[in-house]
Design a protein around this ligand. Structure first.
Ligand SMILES: N[C@@H](CCC[C@H](N)C(=O)O)C(=O)O
Length: 260
């Protein structure tokens, strides 16, 4: 069976995209998804998405992690699927689509390579020791870390993701260093089980955790640097709830192809 695919990346978080708008999704072969995402034996990606039609929305996003399993919300994937929907001619410059965590609004630049994606509101942040834990569509652990450039994100992130608190359901582990005019963030991703170059729900969680940590309220804009580029986060925070949350960054087609 031939599969036509498109490879996108959003700040280095990379995805295989498959147009499934002509038929409904059924019987997903999780082993095949894992194989396609494999960086040695497949196309190579942090995740795979299907775009399907939906009666009430412009389209529906179905996200699978690189391990082949159905994932929770993927922010950078959400931005990439919006760019893909524009390329397919399903949307123009604005969209309302459905993802696993509910409806999302997004707007896209004229050249189709920069997407502002609205994320879910968040009203709960808890602490685990000094770290912050919250769900921005996916579950995240946020820890402040000095000298992050030289920090062993893989080993330390994996230790947290598999400790007795998180091992069963898993968690994405973000380390953040405050650089003054921006935050530098590195993430160990559940489902990829490795450090990725960027994590959209992760940097969203980090910006929220840092606002809480610094007791900031009002309309907050945060510049973020990740291994794969620059991302911006905006939200309103009244000390209790984060609303009007936007994850803004690049979303680019890398190549397209066909696999047997
Ligand atoms: N890379 C993603 C996060 C994807 C979901 C995650 N790995 C999970 O299932 O926990 C993002 O950009 O948000």
């Amino acid at each position: 069976m031939k599969i036509n695919f498109f490879k996108y990346q959003g700040a280095g978080n990379d995805f295989i995209l498959i147009d499934h708008t002509m038929s409904p999704l059924k019987n997903i072969d999780n082993q095949l998804v894992e194989q396609l995402c494999h960086r040695r034996f497949g196309i190579g990606a942090d995740g795979l998405m299907f775009i399907t039609k939906h009666e009430d929305y412009d389209f529906e996003m179905h996200y699978f992690n690189a391990d082949g399993k159905l994932g929770s919300m993927c922010g950078n994937g959400g931005r990439c699927i919006v760019a893909f929907a524009k390329q397919l001619g399903i949307i123009d410059r604005e969209t309302n689509f459905l993802a696993v965590d509910g409806p999302h609004y997004a707007r896209i630049s004229e050249n189709g390579e920069w997407v502002d994606l609205q994320m879910i509101d968040v009203d709960t942040i808890t602490k685990d020791g000094e770290a912050y834990v919250l769900n921005t569509g996916s579950p995240h652990y946020v820890a402040l870390q000095n000298d992050l450039k030289d920090f062993d994100v893989f080993t330390e992130g994996k230790n947290i993701r598999y400790n007795s608190t998180y091992a069963e359901k898993g968690i994405n582990v973000n380390f953040v260093e405050d650089k003054g005019d921006h935050l530098f963030v590195r993430t160990y991703e559940r489902g990829v089980e490795d450090e990725t170059y960027a994590c959209g729900t992760g940097v969203t969680a980090v910006a929220m955790a840092i606002a809480k940590h610094k007791n900031q309220t009002g309309h907050i804009k945060t510049a973020i640097k990740v291994l794969g580029g620059d991302i911006k986060i905006e939200f309103d925070y009244d000390g209790k709830e984060f609303t009007n949350v936007f994850l803004c960054g690049p979303a680019k087609l890398v190549f397209e192809g066909e696999v047997e």
